[in-house]
Design a protein around this ligand. Structure first.
Ligand code: SF4
Ligand code: SF4
Length: 308
């Protein structure tokens, strides 16, 4: 079975094989502070970092948005599923003697450079047929010559209609015309238990911000789905504030536990949703907690008291 069929069998809806990419301009821009610190893990020079590889496999996993009042971003359950699909694909390829390694490369830039996607004013990447809601898993691969069948480079294209809906809706003011400032994007501040006050005040869901994707007309062909029963139970705010994260982590992946961010965001969301019923639990947790998480719990408590 060829590489693309194996990727489809693993659950990916599209797969592209590209030559090992070069993106010096992206690396220069990162050095000048153009991107959020979340890009620090990306290699600046892929040919030097993966000298054994002769291809980059990009695997696309589209997902449906969750209904707008869901407490969770639909990205994360899908991201975890795609991670496990990627792992099983790697195991299968290893069984056939194909060397692979997760690729630390700027996938958005590469998709645009190869004409497979286009960048919108919201800085999201749009792929025809998938909108902006997809996860990309990227693997460096070493294939034999007869398996090396690169996806042809496509002509660049435009999709954004510059309707400014994302600009008007963005709670942080990150989008201005065709410019995007990561410093004003909520997603840039959700890696740890402490967030700037303006981010806490504007937080609308756990782990991310869905606003620009929800309002973009290029995504309107996608049918939102409600949270499953398991998701609703796992992401109940009281459960997360109490530190009972196991069911949630089984849905979004263990690495999302880092530094108490899930508990912190649940506390902030409880405050923004005016959940006065959770005040005693927040106070109890604040007494038992130290460090930046305690500060966030205290902010949630005082915000709730002010609102009620
Ligand atoms: S909402 Fe309008 S301006 Fe913003 S990315 Fe979508 S099409 Fe472009
Ligand atoms: S994710 Fe949220 S904060 Fe960031 S640009 Fe989109 S709407 Fe603005």
């Amino acid at each position: 079975m060829n590489l693309f069929e194996q990727a489809k069998q693993a659950g990916f809806q599209a797969a592209y094989l590209l030559p090992v990419p070069q993106y010096d301009e992206w690396t220069r821009r990162r050095a000048s502070g153009a991107f959020a610190p979340q890009t620090d893990w990306i290699e600046g020079d892929a040919p030097a970092a993966y000298p054994w590889a002769n291809g980059l496999l990009l695997l696309i996993w589209p997902y449906a948005p969750l209904i707008p009042d869901a407490v969770l971003s639909g990205y994360y359950p899908a991201s975890n599923q795609s991670y496990h699909a990627m792992r099983s694909l790697r195991e299968r390829l290893a069984g056939e003697g194909v060397r692979t390694e997760r690729a630390a490369v700027p996938v958005k830039t590469i998709l645009v450079d190869w004409g497979l996607g286009t960048r919108l004013d919201s800085d999201l990447i749009f792929i025809p047929g998938f909108g902006t809601r997809f996860i990309v898993q990227a693997l460096m691969v070493s294939l034999s010559d007869d398996e090396l069948c690169y996806t042809p480079r496509q002509a660049p294209f435009e999709a954004c209609i510059h309707c400014k809906r994302c600009e008007r809706a963005c709670p942080g003011g990150a989008i201005t015309g065709r410019a995007y400032d990561w410093r004003r994007c909520l997603r840039a501040y959700e890696e740890g238990p402490d967030m700037p006050e303006w981010v806490m005040e504007k937080l609308t869901c756990l782990l991310g911000c869905e606003v620009c994707q929800n309002v973009c007309p290029l995504n309107h062909f996608m049918q939102p789905r409600p949270m499953t029963e398991a998701e609703t139970e796992a992401f109940a705010l009281d459960r997360l504030i109490a530190g009972d994260l196991k069911p949630a982590l089984s849905i979004i992946g263990k690495n999302m536990k880092k530094g108490g961010k899930l508990t912190a965001q649940a506390a902030v969301l409880a405050a923004n949703q005016k959940r006065a019923d959770l005040l005693p639990l927040l106070e109890q947790q604040a007494q038992q907690t130290e460090g930046p998480l305690k500060d966030t719990l205290i902010w949630a408590i005082s915000h709730l008291k002010k609102e009620n």
